[in-house]
Design a protein around this ligand. Structure first.
Ligand code: SF4
Ligand code: SF4
Ligand code: SF4
Length: 339
């Protein structure tokens, strides 16, 4: 190459570097808007926004239609309840976005922001459900979907009962339904069904009446459901909140931090937690890592206490929610967590 050609080549290379940086940026922006780059050149997976996994029939028809016309005639159901359409060329993004609007639908989000919340059926039609997970999930999606966290992704889920199908322990913030039972003594026949049915052995008979051990009860409501004469009733209902969980290469189990939150308290908790994470988080750490670095006590003091809810403060209080023999993070009888 002659010395005259060298500056030209350098200029071209610089231009190429700028172009490739621009394209990388665009891919990031596309991903943050729910268009995920595939292995195949120019093809993307379009992730659709399905809070709580609820999708109406007209939306499903449209997803199938879009998959036929713009994809390869198939959809993928993601582990977080999204309908995804793979093999879409980026030239079709605008057309797809416009078509989605006709059924009041849009793409989901990726990147360092609040993701579409997930939820089980809750009490809508699941016999185990103690709370309305679906309404809560929709409202949380409406209020917080896509809000940037400044650090990393932020996942929220809702489980209707302690069976916890929606794995609130693996979420940045997880909510699970709980109920507090109360005995109406004059109605109780002393049949002992509730005692026999309590898997946590939190009930025992004293004389002819069942008595509850508050250190063992996990607020599952099974005693209420089994009572044949409605002598065991629901005294209060709410959300158990967990914070700091995640899966991935280095999973973390979330901490139980507050119990019997009302819906409004749950919204306040989400807002306060996002604010705390934004100000206390560093770089690309998840909130579980922020808590590990600063200590759970600081989170509880700065976020849970100001809410005025029922804080869960000690490892002993948390142990009730874990299986015997699960020694994850337990050392010397203390529930300290390995990070
Ligand atoms: S968490 Fe409970 S209410 Fe929700 S799907 Fe599972 S069993 Fe049903
Ligand atoms: S709520 Fe559940 S754990 Fe508590 S006493 Fe009733 S059955 Fe037992
Ligand atoms: S199941 Fe109902 S009636 Fe029977 S002991 Fe329990 S509370 Fe009383």
């Amino acid at each position: 190459m002659s010395t005259q050609e060298e500056p030209v080549m350098e200029g071209l290379k610089a231009e190429l570097r700028r172009e490739s940086r621009r394209l990388r940026l665009d891919f990031n922006e596309l991903k943050s808007g729910g268009f995920i780059k595939q292995t195949q050149k120019d093809l993307f997976t379009v992730r659709l926004r399905c809070p709580g996994g609820q999708v109406t029939a007209d939306k499903l028809h449209l997803a199938a239609d879009i998959a036929q016309r713009f994809g390869r005639g198939e959809v993928h159901l993601s582990v977080r309840q999204s309908v995804e359409i793979p093999y879409v060329h980026y030239q079709h993004f605008d057309a797809i976005t416009e078509e989605l609007k006709t059924v009041n639908w849009s793409v989901a989000s990726c990147g360092p922001r609040v993701r579409v919340p997930t939820a089980c059926a809750g009490c809508t039609y699941n016999p185990n459900g103690l709370v309305d997970t679906q309404s809560m999930c929709r409202e949380v999606d409406r209020r917080y979907f896509g809000i940037p966290t400044g650090h990393h992704k932020f996942k929220i889920s809702f489980s209707g009962c302690p069976i916890d199908c929606f794995r609130s322990r693996e979420m940045d913030l997880g909510f699970q339904g709980v109920v507090e039972p109360k005995l109406v003594e004059e109605l109780c026949t002393g049949c002992e069904l509730c005692v026999k049915n309590c898997e946590d052995e939190a009930l025992r008979m004293e004389g002819s009446l069942p008595v509850r051990d508050l250190d063992k009860c996990i607020w599952c409501g099974d005693c209420v459901k089994i009572c044949p004469v409605d002598a065991m009733v629901v005294d209060r209902r709410g959300w158990l909140a967990r914070v700091g969980g995640k899966h991935g290469k280095h999973p973390l189990f979330a901490y139980e931090v507050a119990n019997f939150l009302s819906d409004d308290q749950a919204f306040s908790l989400i807002e306060a937690t996002l604010g705390w994470y934004r100000s206390q988080g560093r770089g690309r750490e998840r909130i579980g890592a922020t808590i590990a670095r600063l200590g759970l006590e600081q989170y509880i003091q700065e976020v849970i206490h100001p809410l005025g809810g029922e804080a869960i403060e000690s490892p002993q209080e948390r142990r009730r929610y874990w299986a015997e023999g699960n020694l994850y993070g337990l050392r010397g009888g203390e529930a300290t967590r390995k990070i």
